[in-house]
Design a protein around this ligand. Sequence first.
Ligand code: 1CP
Length: 343
Amino acid sequence: MYNNKIINVFNKENVSSPPIWFLRQAGRHIPEYFSIRSQSKNFIDFCLNTDLIVQSTKLPLKYYNIDAAIVFSDILMIPWAMKRNVQFVKGVGPVMDPMIPNETEILNDIDIKNLLRPLDKALKILRSSIPNHVSLIGFAGAPWTLACYMIEGQSTKDFLLTRKAVWSSNNWFNKLIDSLIDYVVDILEMQANAGADVLMIFDSWAHMIPSFFWKDFGISPTKKIINNLRKRNILIPIIGFPFKAGSSLINYSYESGVDCLALDWTVDLNWAIKNINPNIVIQGNLDPASLIDNNNNLDKSVKLILDTMNNKRHIFNVGHGLTPECKIENIKKVIEIVKNYNN
Ligand code: 1CP
């Protein structure tokens, strides 16, 4: 493992200013991204092309003085490997064959590491070619969020089919979650062994989990994933991102086993300091929408985050992915403010 600013924060070492990186930093807000993407015939092929993964992961490092690179891939590569016919349709987003209740035979015997070998290769190349002071982040989707896409077949407003499946007494939903836990563990283990310094688990639809089932589907799958990784001797830090989980963030922070909690942009950091497990690192949580237009409050809002988190273990980030409209100059300004803090 490399010694860098993010790792220093996890190791409780002093850092002058917090490390900084951005969710979705490799994507569509950088014009060059489109020329890289155009070299493959579709998004899945892009995510299976080692050379293009390496290029797009490194792209933000050309523009920004940031402390991490997140490997270019997608959480939906697991449903793709599970043969759900995943496609990224322009103007619609990801679509796939919706799962039919009780259809569980498709879940078995998938050699996910083999199917995602280009990702493994890319991480190995990346770790030996990006600077030592930059952390390499591997990731996966949380089982709940993957199940949401697999059951609905696409993104929907309120994930009613998934919530119906949870309330039904059939156990196929549990079987699906259990298979997803296994595949997420495999894929995270692969990324750690290939050179990732940190792992992140995205639970983008955590706010759809009925509170009655929060422990079962919001906490327990992540806890099992982390326990299994630790058993396989994967000891690197793990960031959890239960998006917009509100009051449920509290027990997630104590019980899931994550080393860092990533916060969405709605969370008041003073609330977080009072309520979140003080033994874990906080990541976040600037609103990515603040990076779109000219913004007279940008300086103030970044400094407020820095002042609030001063002397706490903190990784500066946005509270959800950068959107295509985010401006490179605004992102550069944020990095400058963060890097100059306390100097
Ligand atoms: O910096 C990076 O871009 C890193 C690579 C990365 C990551 C971490 C991509 C590339 N996707 C993800 C994670 C991801 N994918 C999440 C979790 C984070 C989040 O909540 O945003 C989710 C929910 C997805 C699913 C997905 N893939 C969506 C969202 C659809 C929805 O339901 O709203 C979309 C649009 C994609 C495609 C995709 N993945 C990544 C990129 C750059 C893109 C855009 C593709 C393009 O048009 O070029």
